[in-house]
Design a protein around this ligand. Structure first.
Ligand code: ADP
Ligand code: MG
Length: 323
Protein backbone atom coordinates (compact mmCIF):
# COMPACT_ATOMS: atom_id res chain seq x y z
CA UNK A 1 0.00 0.00 0.00
CA UNK A 2 2.81 2.38 0.98
CA UNK A 3 6.33 1.61 -0.07
CA UNK A 4 9.49 3.50 0.88
CA UNK A 5 12.41 3.03 -1.46
CA UNK A 6 15.72 4.41 -0.22
CA UNK A 7 14.14 7.61 1.10
CA UNK A 8 16.47 10.25 2.48
CA UNK A 9 15.63 13.66 3.91
CA UNK A 10 18.23 16.27 4.71
CA UNK A 11 17.67 19.62 6.37
CA UNK A 12 20.74 21.43 5.06
CA UNK A 13 23.62 19.15 6.06
CA UNK A 14 21.63 17.39 8.74
CA UNK A 15 20.41 13.95 7.66
CA UNK A 16 17.03 13.48 9.37
CA UNK A 17 15.97 10.34 7.48
CA UNK A 18 18.64 8.08 6.09
CA UNK A 19 17.87 5.70 3.22
CA UNK A 20 14.63 4.22 4.51
CA UNK A 21 13.14 1.24 2.67
CA UNK A 22 10.05 -0.58 3.89
CA UNK A 23 6.61 -1.70 2.83
CA UNK A 24 3.34 -1.17 4.64
CA UNK A 25 0.64 -3.64 3.64
CA UNK A 26 -2.99 -2.74 3.13
CA UNK A 27 -4.88 -3.00 6.42
CA UNK A 28 -1.69 -3.19 8.45
CA UNK A 29 -1.13 -1.38 11.74
CA UNK A 30 2.47 -0.26 11.28
CA UNK A 31 4.24 1.54 14.13
CA UNK A 32 7.34 3.71 13.74
CA UNK A 33 9.13 3.92 17.06
CA UNK A 34 12.37 5.43 18.27
CA UNK A 35 13.83 8.09 20.53
CA UNK A 36 13.10 11.76 20.10
CA UNK A 37 14.81 13.23 17.03
CA UNK A 38 15.23 9.92 15.18
CA UNK A 39 13.11 11.09 12.23
CA UNK A 40 9.63 9.73 12.95
CA UNK A 41 7.67 12.93 12.29
CA UNK A 42 9.74 13.69 9.20
CA UNK A 43 8.95 10.22 7.84
CA UNK A 44 5.24 10.68 8.46
CA UNK A 45 5.12 14.15 6.94
CA UNK A 46 6.83 12.93 3.78
CA UNK A 47 4.00 10.42 3.28
CA UNK A 48 1.52 13.26 3.42
CA UNK A 49 3.81 15.43 1.27
CA UNK A 50 3.98 18.07 3.95
CA UNK A 51 7.76 17.77 3.48
CA UNK A 52 9.53 17.05 0.15
CA UNK A 53 12.04 14.18 -0.05
CA UNK A 54 15.70 14.84 -0.71
CA UNK A 55 16.07 11.54 -2.60
CA UNK A 56 14.37 8.19 -3.07
CA UNK A 57 10.73 7.36 -3.73
CA UNK A 58 7.57 6.79 -1.77
CA UNK A 59 4.92 4.76 -3.59
CA UNK A 60 1.23 4.84 -2.77
CA UNK A 61 -0.60 1.91 -4.36
CA UNK A 62 2.40 1.26 -6.67
CA UNK A 63 2.55 4.82 -8.04
CA UNK A 64 5.08 7.42 -6.84
CA UNK A 65 3.45 9.97 -4.55
CA UNK A 66 4.58 12.73 -6.89
CA UNK A 67 2.24 11.36 -9.61
CA UNK A 68 -0.81 12.15 -7.52
CA UNK A 69 -2.68 15.40 -7.31
CA UNK A 70 -1.49 16.69 -3.97
CA UNK A 71 -4.82 18.06 -2.79
CA UNK A 72 -6.82 15.04 -3.78
CA UNK A 73 -4.23 12.77 -2.21
CA UNK A 74 -4.55 14.46 1.15
CA UNK A 75 -8.19 13.40 1.21
CA UNK A 76 -7.00 9.79 0.91
CA UNK A 77 -4.77 10.14 3.94
CA UNK A 78 -6.08 11.14 7.36
CA UNK A 79 -3.65 12.74 9.78
CA UNK A 80 -3.86 12.85 13.59
CA UNK A 81 -1.44 15.22 15.25
CA UNK A 82 0.42 14.96 18.50
CA UNK A 83 -0.88 18.24 19.83
CA UNK A 84 -4.58 18.35 20.25
CA UNK A 85 -5.37 20.62 17.34
CA UNK A 86 -9.05 21.44 17.28
CA UNK A 87 -10.43 24.78 16.22
CA UNK A 88 -11.65 26.28 19.51
CA UNK A 89 -14.36 28.44 17.94
CA UNK A 90 -15.91 25.56 16.01
CA UNK A 91 -18.27 22.91 17.30
CA UNK A 92 -17.20 19.29 17.49
CA UNK A 93 -19.31 18.66 14.41
CA UNK A 94 -17.54 21.31 12.35
CA UNK A 95 -14.12 20.25 13.59
CA UNK A 96 -14.76 16.67 12.47
CA UNK A 97 -16.40 17.69 9.21
CA UNK A 98 -13.53 19.73 7.76
CA UNK A 99 -12.72 17.38 4.90
CA UNK A 100 -16.31 16.33 4.10
CA UNK A 101 -17.19 20.05 3.87
CA UNK A 102 -14.28 20.62 1.48
CA UNK A 103 -15.52 17.67 -0.54
CA UNK A 104 -18.95 19.32 -0.70
CA UNK A 105 -20.99 16.70 1.12
CA UNK A 106 -24.54 17.79 1.92
CA UNK A 107 -25.55 18.66 5.45
CA UNK A 108 -27.51 15.50 6.16
CA UNK A 109 -24.71 13.23 5.01
CA UNK A 110 -22.20 15.17 7.14
CA UNK A 111 -24.39 15.03 10.25
CA UNK A 112 -24.97 11.30 9.86
CA UNK A 113 -21.28 10.71 9.37
CA UNK A 114 -20.24 12.81 12.36
CA UNK A 115 -22.77 11.09 14.55
CA UNK A 116 -21.67 7.61 13.59
CA UNK A 117 -17.97 8.52 14.02
CA UNK A 118 -18.64 9.86 17.51
CA UNK A 119 -20.47 6.67 18.40
CA UNK A 120 -17.56 4.63 17.01
CA UNK A 121 -15.15 6.27 19.47
CA UNK A 122 -17.57 5.86 22.36
CA UNK A 123 -19.11 9.34 22.52
CA UNK A 124 -22.85 9.83 22.32
CA UNK A 125 -23.29 11.52 18.93
CA UNK A 126 -26.25 13.89 19.46
CA UNK A 127 -24.86 15.01 22.80
CA UNK A 128 -21.30 15.80 21.72
CA UNK A 129 -21.86 17.11 18.18
CA UNK A 130 -22.67 20.67 19.27
CA UNK A 131 -20.14 21.03 22.03
CA UNK A 132 -17.03 23.17 21.80
CA UNK A 133 -13.50 21.81 22.41
CA UNK A 134 -13.31 23.70 25.73
CA UNK A 135 -16.10 21.53 27.06
CA UNK A 136 -14.17 18.29 26.51
CA UNK A 137 -11.49 16.43 28.44
CA UNK A 138 -8.08 15.80 26.85
CA UNK A 139 -9.01 12.22 26.02
CA UNK A 140 -12.29 13.31 24.42
CA UNK A 141 -10.51 15.96 22.34
CA UNK A 142 -8.08 13.40 21.01
CA UNK A 143 -11.02 11.12 20.15
CA UNK A 144 -12.39 14.03 18.11
CA UNK A 145 -8.98 14.24 16.41
CA UNK A 146 -9.29 10.58 15.45
CA UNK A 147 -12.85 11.16 14.14
CA UNK A 148 -11.61 14.08 12.03
CA UNK A 149 -8.91 11.93 10.44
CA UNK A 150 -11.50 9.25 9.63
CA UNK A 151 -14.21 11.63 8.47
CA UNK A 152 -13.99 11.17 4.70
CA UNK A 153 -13.15 7.47 5.11
CA UNK A 154 -9.57 7.61 3.81
CA UNK A 155 -7.82 4.27 3.27
CA UNK A 156 -4.68 5.45 5.10
CA UNK A 157 -4.39 7.09 8.52
CA UNK A 158 -1.19 8.67 9.83
CA UNK A 159 -0.95 9.25 13.56
CA UNK A 160 1.90 11.20 15.15
CA UNK A 161 2.15 10.45 18.88
CA UNK A 162 -1.58 11.06 19.20
CA UNK A 163 -1.83 9.90 22.81
CA UNK A 164 1.44 11.06 24.31
CA UNK A 165 -0.02 14.23 25.82
CA UNK A 166 -2.65 12.26 27.74
CA UNK A 167 -2.60 10.92 31.26
CA UNK A 168 -1.83 7.17 31.52
CA UNK A 169 -5.45 6.13 32.11
CA UNK A 170 -6.87 8.05 29.13
CA UNK A 171 -3.96 6.82 27.03
CA UNK A 172 -4.64 3.18 27.85
CA UNK A 173 -8.30 3.53 27.13
CA UNK A 174 -7.69 5.29 23.79
CA UNK A 175 -5.17 2.62 22.79
CA UNK A 176 -7.74 -0.07 23.46
CA UNK A 177 -10.43 1.86 21.59
CA UNK A 178 -8.13 2.32 18.64
CA UNK A 179 -7.48 -1.43 18.52
CA UNK A 180 -11.22 -2.15 18.67
CA UNK A 181 -11.85 0.45 15.99
CA UNK A 182 -9.14 -0.94 13.74
CA UNK A 183 -10.64 -4.43 14.07
CA UNK A 184 -13.83 -2.95 12.56
CA UNK A 185 -12.52 -0.53 9.93
CA UNK A 186 -9.29 -2.23 8.81
CA UNK A 187 -7.46 0.89 7.65
CA UNK A 188 -3.81 1.06 6.79
CA UNK A 189 -2.44 2.87 9.84
CA UNK A 190 1.03 4.31 10.27
CA UNK A 191 1.40 5.26 13.90
CA UNK A 192 4.36 7.10 15.42
CA UNK A 193 5.39 6.85 19.05
CA UNK A 194 8.49 7.01 21.23
CA UNK A 195 6.85 4.60 23.69
CA UNK A 196 7.81 0.98 23.08
CA UNK A 197 5.00 -0.32 25.30
CA UNK A 198 2.49 1.53 23.16
CA UNK A 199 4.11 0.15 20.01
CA UNK A 200 4.01 -3.39 21.38
CA UNK A 201 0.37 -3.08 22.28
CA UNK A 202 -0.85 -1.65 18.98
CA UNK A 203 1.36 -2.87 16.17
CA UNK A 204 1.08 -5.64 13.64
CA UNK A 205 4.67 -4.71 12.80
CA UNK A 206 7.09 -2.28 14.39
CA UNK A 207 9.87 -0.35 12.67
CA UNK A 208 12.55 0.82 15.11
CA UNK A 209 14.41 3.93 13.95
CA UNK A 210 17.74 5.22 15.19
CA UNK A 211 19.36 8.35 13.77
CA UNK A 212 16.99 8.31 10.81
CA UNK A 213 17.80 4.73 9.79
CA UNK A 214 16.03 1.44 10.34
CA UNK A 215 17.42 -0.57 13.20
CA UNK A 216 14.92 -3.44 12.87
CA UNK A 217 11.48 -4.20 11.45
CA UNK A 218 9.40 -7.04 12.78
CA UNK A 219 6.35 -8.20 14.70
CA UNK A 220 6.37 -7.45 18.43
CA UNK A 221 7.24 -11.11 19.06
CA UNK A 222 10.15 -11.05 16.63
CA UNK A 223 11.62 -7.94 18.23
CA UNK A 224 11.34 -9.41 21.71
CA UNK A 225 12.76 -12.79 20.81
CA UNK A 226 15.29 -11.84 18.15
CA UNK A 227 16.44 -8.28 18.76
CA UNK A 228 18.83 -7.35 15.94
CA UNK A 229 21.07 -5.20 18.11
CA UNK A 230 21.86 -4.05 21.59
CA UNK A 231 20.00 -0.83 20.81
CA UNK A 232 16.82 -2.78 20.06
CA UNK A 233 17.22 -4.88 23.17
CA UNK A 234 17.64 -1.83 25.36
CA UNK A 235 14.83 0.01 23.69
CA UNK A 236 12.49 -2.90 24.29
CA UNK A 237 13.67 -2.96 27.88
CA UNK A 238 13.45 -5.71 30.39
CA UNK A 239 9.73 -5.40 31.01
CA UNK A 240 8.97 -7.60 28.04
CA UNK A 241 9.89 -11.14 28.77
CA UNK A 242 12.57 -12.41 26.47
CA UNK A 243 13.69 -15.98 26.58
CA UNK A 244 16.80 -16.44 28.69
CA UNK A 245 19.13 -19.22 29.81
CA UNK A 246 16.63 -20.08 32.54
CA UNK A 247 14.06 -21.15 29.92
CA UNK A 248 16.50 -23.16 27.86
CA UNK A 249 18.87 -24.84 30.31
CA UNK A 250 18.81 -28.40 31.55
CA UNK A 251 18.59 -27.82 35.31
CA UNK A 252 20.97 -29.51 37.71
CA UNK A 253 20.22 -30.28 41.34
CA UNK A 254 23.51 -29.59 42.97
CA UNK A 255 23.92 -25.88 43.50
CA UNK A 256 27.61 -25.72 44.03
CA UNK A 257 29.68 -22.63 43.60
CA UNK A 258 30.85 -22.54 40.01
CA UNK A 259 34.32 -21.62 41.27
CA UNK A 260 34.50 -24.97 43.06
CA UNK A 261 33.51 -26.79 39.96
CA UNK A 262 37.08 -27.70 39.19
CA UNK A 263 39.19 -27.08 36.17
CA UNK A 264 36.29 -27.64 33.78
CA UNK A 265 34.88 -24.20 34.43
CA UNK A 266 37.83 -22.84 32.51
CA UNK A 267 37.09 -24.93 29.48
CA UNK A 268 33.42 -24.11 29.36
CA UNK A 269 31.64 -20.86 29.07
CA UNK A 270 29.65 -19.68 32.10
CA UNK A 271 26.66 -17.37 31.80
CA UNK A 272 24.12 -15.86 34.16
CA UNK A 273 20.65 -17.35 34.27
CA UNK A 274 19.25 -14.15 32.70
CA UNK A 275 21.45 -14.34 29.60
CA UNK A 276 19.18 -13.77 26.55
CA UNK A 277 18.52 -16.47 24.02
CA UNK A 278 20.28 -14.85 21.08
CA UNK A 279 23.52 -14.45 23.06
CA UNK A 280 23.41 -18.15 23.89
CA UNK A 281 22.87 -19.00 20.24
CA UNK A 282 26.01 -17.11 19.34
CA UNK A 283 28.10 -18.68 22.09
CA UNK A 284 26.90 -22.18 21.33
CA UNK A 285 28.71 -22.18 18.02
CA UNK A 286 32.03 -22.06 19.90
CA UNK A 287 31.09 -24.05 23.00
CA UNK A 288 29.52 -27.46 23.16
CA UNK A 289 28.20 -26.71 26.63
CA UNK A 290 27.44 -23.48 28.45
CA UNK A 291 27.14 -23.52 32.24
CA UNK A 292 24.40 -21.45 33.80
CA UNK A 293 24.80 -19.87 37.21
CA UNK A 294 22.47 -17.85 39.43
CA UNK A 295 23.31 -14.47 40.91
CA UNK A 296 25.18 -16.23 43.72
CA UNK A 297 27.44 -17.87 41.12
CA UNK A 298 25.97 -21.27 41.94
CA UNK A 299 25.68 -23.76 39.13
CA UNK A 300 21.99 -24.25 38.30
CA UNK A 301 22.07 -25.84 34.87
CA UNK A 302 23.64 -26.07 31.46
CA UNK A 303 22.73 -25.38 27.86
CA UNK A 304 23.86 -27.59 25.01
CA UNK A 305 23.13 -27.42 21.32
CA UNK A 306 20.59 -30.19 21.72
CA UNK A 307 18.77 -28.52 24.65
CA UNK A 308 18.67 -25.34 22.56
CA UNK A 309 17.28 -27.13 19.53
CA UNK A 310 14.66 -28.80 21.67
CA UNK A 311 13.66 -25.46 23.17
CA UNK A 312 13.43 -23.79 19.76
CA UNK A 313 11.36 -26.66 18.39
CA UNK A 314 8.91 -26.46 21.28
CA UNK A 315 8.59 -22.73 20.89
CA UNK A 316 7.97 -22.68 17.17
CA UNK A 317 11.61 -22.47 16.11
CA UNK A 318 13.45 -19.18 15.67
CA UNK A 319 12.36 -18.47 19.22
CA UNK A 320 9.21 -16.78 17.89
CA UNK A 321 5.84 -17.02 19.59
CA UNK A 322 5.82 -16.77 23.33
CA UNK A 323 4.11 -19.76 24.84
P1 ADP B 1 11.13 12.74 15.80
O1 ADP B 1 9.74 12.97 15.29
O2 ADP B 1 11.55 11.30 15.72
O3 ADP B 1 11.36 13.30 17.15
P2 ADP B 1 11.90 14.57 13.67
O4 ADP B 1 11.49 13.89 12.41
O5 ADP B 1 11.01 15.67 14.17
O6 ADP B 1 12.17 13.49 14.81
O7 ADP B 1 13.36 15.20 13.48
C1 ADP B 1 14.45 14.45 13.01
C2 ADP B 1 15.69 15.32 13.00
O8 ADP B 1 15.56 16.36 12.05
C3 ADP B 1 15.95 16.01 14.32
O9 ADP B 1 17.34 16.02 14.55
C4 ADP B 1 15.42 17.39 14.13
O10 ADP B 1 16.12 18.31 14.94
C5 ADP B 1 15.68 17.63 12.65
N1 ADP B 1 14.67 18.52 12.07
C6 ADP B 1 13.33 18.30 12.04
N2 ADP B 1 12.69 19.30 11.41
C7 ADP B 1 13.64 20.17 11.00
C8 ADP B 1 13.62 21.39 10.27
N3 ADP B 1 12.48 21.93 9.81
N4 ADP B 1 14.81 22.00 10.03
C9 ADP B 1 15.97 21.48 10.48
N5 ADP B 1 16.07 20.33 11.17
C10 ADP B 1 14.92 19.66 11.43
MG1 MG C 1 8.08 13.79 16.28
Amino acid sequence: MIKFSNVTKKYGDKVAVDGLSFNVEEGEFFVLVGPSGCGKTTTLKMINRLIPLTSGYIYFKDKPLSDYNINKMRFDIGYVLQQIALFPHMTVRDNIAQVPMMLGWDKKRINDRVESLLEMVGLEGKQYMNRYPDELSGGQKQRIGVCRALAADPPVILMDEPFSALDPISRESLQQDLLDLQAKIKKTIIFVTHDMDEAMKLADRICILKNGAIEQIGTPDELVNQPASEFVRQFIGTKHSIHTAKDIMVPVELKEDINNYGSKSNEYMVVNINEPLDHLLKHLTNNEKIFVVNDEEQLVGYVTTSSMIEFLAQNGLNGGGKS
